[in-house]
Structure formats: C-alpha cells, structure tokens
Write a protein that binds this ligand. Structure first.
Ligand SMILES: Nc1ncnc2c1ncn2[C@@H]1O[C@H](COP(=O)(O)OP(=O)(O)OP(=O)(O)O)[C@@H](O)[C@H]1O
Ligand SMILES: [Mg+2]
Length: 247
C-alpha cells in the first residue's frame, strides 16, 4: 500500500474538520475525491502534505511504510509527495524561474516552461497577479520539475478555459504516467489523489477508484464514473444512500 490513512482527525481554525478518515491508495493507482463545498477535501490533502494550518489530533498517515503523521513538509516532499493547491499563496520576491530551477535539476527550464505556455512568466514573482488559469499551469510546471511519486491535485481543471483544459489534462496525464520527467525513458506509473467537482479531468486520466467525502467523513466509494453519474443525477445525499458501502 502506498498511502494508508487510519482514523484521521484534523482541526483547522480551532474546530474539527475531519472526523475519522480511513483511506488506502495502492501504488500506481489514481483515486478521485468528490464532495460538496466545505466538506473537508482540501483539508485532507493539506494534512497529507503537512501544511501548517492543519492540526492532526488523532490517527496516522502512513506513506510507503513510513509514519509521516508528524513529519515536516519538506521531508514529505523529499519522499516524493507533491501537491497542486486549490489556492496557492502569492510568493512576492520569489521568481518562478528560481523555484523551478531549484528543483528541476538538469532540465532546460525555458523549454519546460514553454510546454506549459509559462515561458513569459519565468521572471515574474510566483502567483502575484497571475490569472486563475495561469496559476494552474504554473503549479503544474512546478510539480513537473519536482517529479513526485505521489500527486495531490486539488481541482486541477477549476477555472481553466476550455482551450487550455486540454493542455492541463495532458500535463496531468504526463505526470501520472511518468512521461513528464526530463529523462522520459524512466517511466514509472505515479499515484494520485485528485479532487474534482466537475469530473472534467477524468477525460484525460485513467482513474481507478473514487471516494465521496461529506462533513469530514468518507461516506462511500466506488468507480469514479459511476459516482459522478450518481452525484449529477441524484446529488450527494441520495447518492450515498444508494451506494452505501461498508468502508
Ligand atoms: N484555517 C482554517 N480556519 C478556519 N476554518 C477552516 C480553515 N481551513 C478550513 N476551514 C474550514 O473547514 C471546512 C472545510 O474546508 P475545505 O477547504 O477542506 O473544504 P473543501 O471540501 O475543499 O471545499 P471546496 O469544494 O469548496 O474547495 C470549511 O468549512 C472551511 O471554512
Ligand atoms: Mg477545496
């Protein structure tokens, strides 16, 4: 098992947001996380990455047999966990080329950035004044430079225009199948936990399994396309009634 989450309770802003999450992701698998606004999806990803605003009060996160529950964020990144945030912070004073260059190793940064239509942004401070779609492409460029083994993607297609969604979908696909690496011959199937509301990203990636998170708890799981269809046709509450599974 690549990721194993056991009875995870997480607080943010002084109140409990996640109330006992159990979730497993096998090596090489892509899992989808659905759930209504405010249900705790981004908080779950933040807890796995180790972002500072989350306080784990109970439970464990095991990654590749290592207990990372209290591990600092940089150590998690070195273990191969990478995150595309829903709303990443502005980093005034940090140029995109500095950050990408620091993690990209031997890669040609300019041609890399060009692939993401971000070459004109390399001398800009990260996210400062970027549009919604530019932020997504910049996040994906940074993730690609990092070459993570486990991806946490928080609404990768959200706010991206219809023309650019193909580019974002292809780049997520390349990250998952290892073809985004500088050394493209060294392919390895990367694992992922992907949040989506619309399911548009499913057109570009082969997702294996999906979970529905409601009020800080995983309420059901199943095939991504089936759950998405149910959510569209019946809404979250009805969907979990008809697909209630023993977790
Ligand atoms: N730092 C914080 N301080 C206070 N409340 C927080 C904090 N972080 C998250 N919350 C609250 O926790 C709840 C879950 O937030 P979260 O961002 O995880 O939801 P989400 O499922 O990702 O929603 P969305 O689909 O809208 O992105 C929300 O009610 C949010 O306001
Ligand atoms: Mg969110």
């Amino acid at each position: 098992m690549l990721l194993k989450i056991e009875d995870l309770h997480v607080e943010a802003g002084g109140r409990e947001i996640l109330g006992g999450i159990d979730l497993e992701i096998k090596d090489g698998r892509t899992c989808i996380l659905f759930g209504p606004n405010g249900s705790g999806k981004s908080t779950l990803l933040a807890a796995i990455m180790g972002l500072g605003h989350c306080r784990i009060t109970k439970g464990r996160i095991i990654y590749n047999d290592a207990d990372i529950t209290n591990m600092p964020i940089d150590e998690r990144a070195r273990l191969g966990i990478g995150m595309m945030m829903q709303r990443p912070p502005n980093l005034p004073g940090v140029k995109l080329k500095s950050l990408v260059g620091a993690v990209a190793g031997e890669c040609d940064i300019v041609s890399r950035a060009n692939e993401f239509r971000m070459d004109k942004f390399l001398d800009r401070d990260i996210n400062v004044g970027f549009s919604g779609g530019e932020i997504k492409r910049s996040e994906l460029l940074q993730l690609t430079a990092q070459s993570p083994q486990f991806l946490l993607l928080d609404e990768p297609e959200s706010g991206v225009d219809l023309e650019s969604i193909g580019l974002v979908g292809k780049k997520v696909h390349d990250l998952l199948y290892g073809t985004a690496n500088c050394d493209r011959d060294k392919k390895k199937r990367v694992s992922a936990l992907v949040i989506t509301h619309t399911g548009q990203i499913l057109d570009y990636i082969g997702a294996d399994h999906a979970f529905i998170l409601i009020d800080g708890k995983i309420k059901c799981s199943g095939r991504p396309a089936d759950l998405l269809k149910d959510i569209r046709e019946r809404g979250y509450k009805e969907c979990i009634q008809c697909r209630m599974v023993k977790m």
